[in-house]
Design a binder for this molecule. Structure first.
Ligand SMILES: Nc1ncnc2c1ncn2[C@@H]1O[C@H](COP(=O)(O)OP(=O)(O)OP(=O)(O)O)[C@@H](O)[C@H]1O
Length: 258
């Protein structure tokens, strides 16, 4: 369970996110949406305890600022939008870094850690790349490797910043399906930013639309994915249609040719 109460955050005294309050019950999925620069990543970093904020961020009832870095790493898996990848590591070695918070002092990874990593790599379609150096991967493969490290961490909370960036439609879908399974089977609580509004509506229980740092709409897909609201806040031409599974589908409308 995550609870945000009046969360504001920014950089060098300049506010970027203001007064965000939302509960995210255990096992549910909150998608933070909004135009570029709205403050989505900053809000996610505030939840991860990576940028200072005012108000309160409670993770399972505990203020995130009171957790030690090891406690935080055992509780929260965070996949940044632009990860820094260490040089010279294979995909397996990199994913094994996700096991670090579970190891005792000076302990090395054991058979169980390797087995967790192998399962995660299989679920992300990375088994054939397990021995490859990170720097030789394609953009989408690298993105999946980053998620492998975070999923190998086996935390009750997942914070994913644009997890489908660079993934083709099939890999994006299987990644979101995998996260969805962790949510329903293990009760993992998920907060992700997503630019794909249709996918956000399909997977998240709650959507939070940020514009210039403030919440301008909050609720389920039917409420937030409103064509007028989206057109206004994204400054876009778009339509919201009924999808085949009953979920809204957000489609761009091309400017009429004159
Ligand atoms: N480290 C930083 N120092 C100063 N300003 C920052 C920093 N990181 C982000 N910002 C600014 O804060 C604002 C919000 O950025 P943020 O990355 O949270 O937006 P976002 O909604 O995730 O955008 P996008 O959709 O483009 O990824 C932007 O104006 C950005 O330039």
């Amino acid at each position: 369970m995550i609870e945000l109460v009046g969360v504001s955050a920014g950089y060098r005294g300049k506010p970027v996110v203001s007064g965000v309050s939302v509960p995210v019950p255990r096992g549910s999925w909150l998608a933070i949406i909004g135009p570029n620069g709205a403050g989505k990543s900053t809000l996610l970093k505030a939840i991860a305890g990576l940028v200072p904020c005012s108000g309160s961020v409670l993770l399972d009832g505990k203020p995130v600022g009171e957790l030690t870095s090891r406690e935080r790493a055992r509780a929260v898996g965070y996949a940044p939008q632009v990860p820094v990848l260490p040089e010279g590591l294979s995909v397996t070695d990199y994913a094994l870094l996700g096991r670090t918070p579970h190891l005792g002092a000076l302990a090395r990874e054991g058979a169980r850690d390797l087995s967790v990593v192998q399962q995660v790599l299989a679920r992300l379609d990375l088994t054939s790349l397990a021995g490859r150096q990170l720097r030789t991967l394609s953009g989408g493969e690298r993105q999946r490797a980053v998620l492998a490290r975070v999923l190998a961490q086996q935390t009750g909370i997942l914070l994913l910043d644009e997890p489908t960036t660079g993934l083709d439609i099939g890999h994006a879908q299987s990644l979101l399906d995998l996260v969805d399974r962790l949510r329903t089977e293990d009760g993992t609580t998920v907060v992700s930013t997503l630019h794909d509004l249709t996918l956000a509506g399909q997977y998240a229980d709650q959507l939070l639309l940020l514009d210039r740092g403030s919440v301008v709409a909050k609720g389920n897909a039917a409420t937030v994915l409103d064509s007028e609201v989206l057109a206004r806040h994204y400054d876009a031409r778009l339509a919201v249609l009924d999808g085949p599974d009953g979920n809204p589908v957000v489609v761009p409308k091309r400017r009429p040719i004159e």
